[in-house]
Ligand binder design. Structure first.
Ligand SMILES: *[C@@H]1O[C@H](CO)[C@@H](O)[C@H](O)[C@H]1NC(C)=O
Ligand SMILES: *[C@@H]1O[C@H](CO)[C@@H](O)[C@H](O)[C@H]1NC(C)=O
Length: 277
């Protein structure tokens, strides 16, 4: 008797599971239709992924990951507040990392582009988060040249504020000439500089990123300012280059190791402009 009941039970369990899955699919499809059609009416089209909005991917990722973004809550909060007020916007981020999915999801419907020096790392990150937009960048400098570049850039006319260009500016070593056209062709509303590496002599350092962010901000034609965020300002080079190019007068706020600049467009610069500040 027992031997006969057992297979019956097994079959009924299998049927129950199939029925549950079926019901789940029906309910999910229904809810999906209702939420998409009635509640969000088309908003989902604004997200970068058609299948699962980046925000939901981010929740899943950070809820199940032991690796958290490197910036502190107070630091992230400053950028979060700015993005809340200007998103959807064009957001350029130096560095691809554990915070990338977060930055992208803070800018729904906008363009968030990551610049990364290590092609293997791009490959690794995109495998788990294929909706992120990341491009590879070669840097022309080394951290060990930082002091020298700071002393000599004024005697290179192509680095002058009156020139203010980076694409094809091979004469000025601080100009990032290796960026894809997609970067030069856009006006960036917000630029986050948290890369390239700058903690050992052969690392590229952030000199070029800081200089180029200032040039992009000065050249802005759209109304409004460019928000430039610089991380690791406790380090000598980051601090010195920020003061030389991003300027104290543009420093809006900051906390921890993060500074937030609001840089106005330069408009029509006069030829005798010698300082960026
Ligand atoms: C983030 O910033 C907002 C606006 O300034 C503030 O109200 C809030 O308390 C901050 N949150 C944290 C966790 O710092
Ligand atoms: C800047 O120059 C352009 C053309 O040279 C001119 O049309 C424009 O009005 C000028 N803008 C300002 C703010 O002076």
């Amino acid at each position: 008797m027992n031997l006969r009941i057992f297979p019956d039970r097994k079959i009924s369990v299998i049927f129950s599971v199939i029925a549950l899955i079926g019901a789940g699919v029906v309910i999910f499809t229904f809810l999906n239709n209702v939420t998409t059609k009635l509640v969000c009416s088309g908003n989902f089209n604004n997200f970068q992924s058609v299948d699962t909005p980046l925000q939901l991917q981010a929740i899943l990722h950070y809820a199940t990951s032991k690796t958290v973004p490197q910036q502190s809550l107070a630091e992230i909060n400053i950028s979060f507040n700015v993005l809340k007020s200007i998103s959807p916007c064009n957001f350029l981020v130096f560095g691809l990392g554990h915070d990338s999915l977060m930055w992208s999801s803070f800018n729904p419907g906008g363009l968030t582009l990551f610049l990364e020096e290590d092609p293997k790392w791009i490959h690794t990150v995109l495998k788990t988060a294929p909706d992120l937009k990341a491009v590879h960048v070669n840097y022309r400098t080394q951290l060990s040249q930082a002091d020298d570049l700071m002393k000599t850039y004024r005697s290179e006319p192509e680095c002058a504020p009156a020139k203010s260009y980076i694409k094809g500016n091979t004469q000025c070593k601080l100009a990032l000439t290796g960026l894809p056209n997609a970067v030069y062709d856009k006006e960036w509303d917000m630029i986050m500089i948290d890369a390239p590496r700058g903690w050992f002599a052969e690392a590229p350092g952030r000199m070029g990123a800081i200089y180029s962010a200032m040039v992009m901000a000065r050249n802005r034609k759209k109304p409004g300012v460019t928000h430039v965020f610089l991380h690791d300002v406790d380090r000598k080079v980051e601090k010195a280059y920020a003061e030389e190019f991003l300027c104290r007068k543009n420093l809006k706020d900051g906390t921890g190791r993060l500074w937030h600049f609001e840089i106005p467009p330069a408009g029509n610069v006069t030829k005798d402009d010698v300082s960026f500040c």
